[in-house]
Design a protein around this ligand. Structure first.
Ligand code: 13P
Ligand code: SF4
Length: 302
């Protein structure tokens, strides 16, 4: 940890009335300087209530866009413009328009891991913490859902709606690397451990899990459950917060390969730079903001 750098960040935060919101997959050095840590839903909720002039969003592009949509009067800064979620980039607005033409009665629920342009075409957004509930709340039999096919599969198991995936097979490359054999291997090594998996994991991994949870859901379960050992099937950095907040329990990564490169683009140096120069402000047109805000707010209301 770089104490002088962190002291400078703290000073600038106070001077500029700024707040640092960070996702649970951020590097430990970024987690240490954050005012608030959370999953996508918690970050969206926090962004809608936070009292600050500047929000430094340490996460990926769609998270910063969500914060900007909910706070059109605040400056939202993304410390690295390379922090782009490849899954969010898999869905294009034209595909939604086409799917709506083909299924005119269907409602559109999009994972928050989408661009602002896509959100503007959705009836509601969802996150990994609430996807089945949001889909179930739609007043249509068919629901156009994207871009994560694995999350779509998870929803399908828990909902009466017919799910139409767009694109046909969107995925998160980091979660897709976690293999069923790795879970079985870890379970053989740690027979008393509970398996906690993210719904972006492949169905074979979800089927081997004791619980399927968002990143903050995993934190809650690890605290509440009496078990002392957990196998964690999600992005590797998740173990940092789990271990820190549960020092007497043991956590094992399901796979060493589950690393999200986009999340690692942010570090304490570029947080300082963003704050100092107020650079990389997220800008979204007024029209898109108004439409996308409706979809995010529908989620928050449900
Ligand atoms: P959570 O909302 O569960 O934190 O997940 C966000 C994400 O991008 C997972 O890959
Ligand atoms: Fe996107 Fe996957 Fe990274 Fe989450 S872990 S930000 S879905 S690439």
């Amino acid at each position: 940890m770089n104490d002088s750098l962190n002291a400078e960040i703290l000073k600038l935060k106070q001077e500029k009335n700024a707040v640092i919101l960070a996702h649970n997959y951020q590097l430990p050095e970024v987690q240490e300087i954050a005012d608030f840590l959370g999953d996508s839903l918690e970050l969206a909720k926090k962004a809608s209530t936070v009292d600050a002039e500047i929000i430094v969003l340490c996460g990926v592009d769609f998270m910063a866009e969500t914060a900007a949509i909910l706070n059109p009067d605040k400056k939202v800064l993304l410390p690295s413009l390379d922090a782009k979620c490849p899954m969010a980039a898999q869905l294009k607005a034209e595909e939604i328009v086409k799917a709506k033409e083909e299924h005119s009665k269907a409602k559109v629920v999009l994972y928050v891991n989408t661009s602002a342009d896509c959100k503007a075409l959705a009836d509601a957004c969802c996150t990994s913490a609430n996807a089945p509930k949001i889909v179930e709340a739609m007043d249509s039999e068919e629901v156009i859902f994207g871009p994560d096919k694995n999350l779509g599969w998870f929803v399908n198991q828990r909902s009466s709606k017919k799910i139409i995936d767009i694109p046909a097979s969107g995925y998160c490359y980091a979660h897709r690397k976690i293999m069923g054999e790795e879970i079985i291997e870890q379970k053989n090594k740690h027979p008393d451990a509970l398996v906690l998996a993210h719904p972006e994991c492949n169905p074979e991994v979800q089927e081997l899990a004791n619980r399927i949870e968002s990143t903050s859901g995993m934190l809650r379960v690890a605290k509440e459950e009496s078990a002392n050992e957990f196998i964690i099937a999600t992005e590797k950095e998740m173990l940092h917060r789990l271990k820190k907040e549960n020092p007497t329990k043991k956590f094992y990564a399901a796979s060493e390969n589950a690393v999200c490169g986009a999340m690692k683009k942010i570090n304490s140096e570029n947080v300082l730079e963003a704050l100092k120069e107020e650079k990389n402000e997220v800008k979204i047109s007024k029209e898109t903001t108004a439409l996308a805000k409706k979809a995010i707010e529908s989620m928050l209301e449900i």
